[in-house]
Design a protein around this ligand. Sequence first.
Ligand code: GLV
Ligand code: MN
Ligand code: MN
Length: 417
Amino acid sequence: MDTSKLRINGARLRASLEEMAKIGATPAGGVQRLSLSDEDRRARDLFVKWLKEIDLEVTIDEMGTIFGRRKGKNDRLSPVMSGSHVDSQPRGGRFDGILGVMGTLEVMRTLHENKVETERPLIIVDWTNEEGSRFAPAMVASGVWAGALERDWAYARQDKEGRKQGDELVRIGYKGTVPAKKWPTYAYYEFHIEQGPMLERQGKTIGAPKGILCLHWYDVYLEGEANQVGPTPMEGRHDALCAAAEMILAVNTLPDRMQGNMVATVGEIQNYPNSRNIIPDKVHFTVDIRSWDDEHALDAWELLKKDFHEIAGRRGTPMKIEETWRVAHAPFNETLVQRVLDTAKELGYSHLHMVSGAGHDASYMNQVCPTAMIFVPSIGGRSHVEVENTAWEDCESGANVLLHCLLKTASENKEKR
Ligand code: GLV
Ligand code: MN
Ligand code: MN
């Protein structure tokens, strides 16, 4: 069959996304499907059911990652993989992650109903815990699979209630037996919303990032001295929250002080005992630093640590710092990125060569095999929020680009690129 005219079914893609959006739906129109929660389990169950309906061979690895394999004509050739994640941020959006999973499923359904055979096998994947919001770090399962993170370290990571990631995998019934270990993979594609404003601002439909910024995560723990707020004079206090407040502003001004080319954020904080009439004696907060330049991000961290030590010393609040996670910037495979741009052009969609500021499993997959991503616009550039939105026709366009990128790459029958 001439596959050049093949297109995915946009209405069916929309219906799958709408069905998934019911799982963990929030009142303001978003979803909350934290990794390894009951909602994550329900989304996984539905996903696996859909994979089986089109005869994909389903395997689940020790990290709970779900793979659905579609045979190739030459089944011994290494597969082409595509997917993303079904977990979400707390009060997150209906498109982050799930679009790449449902988009790939839609491609598989299109190939199935048209009885299209590809030379290479195709694999759809749902990576466990991409978000890293409940259990830090993010992209943990692709990190373990790629050999960059330790499986047992990942199992031991705890949420705020002290539940371990490994135990939660068992609880939801998704701790598989297949080793979470990379196998030869020919190429990886990830279809995703942009999560930023560039495509919309430039009026483009398809984005092809040249790569992903580095991500550096830190955890800071401060100790103060608790006391009754009324009788305790201001001088001589050791207020852990005030120390944190100064540190948070130091993070916020860091990119400016480093002359740009980076972003730095404190997104999470816990204050104890969190009572309006007790001076706080314990604070934990997180730091997220991202840049295209890994060295620049490391230099920024050195500067920030000096600030933190000065503030903690002056306020008498002993500090513990954990360097939780670092993933280097990921420059994608230029041939595959060009393929995304060329395919968008062939299908008549406007396109943009850009950079991804958001982290994705594609970062770790880039360490394993040639990798590229396909972006579609985020309305208002908003993401990780309940109002996150993308036009249905853009979802359809992106999935068509994915379809044809997968068809082209899966038709290459030489073992080496
Ligand atoms: C992943 O969602 C990120 O933090 O960019
Ligand atoms: Mn995502
Ligand atoms: Mn996300």
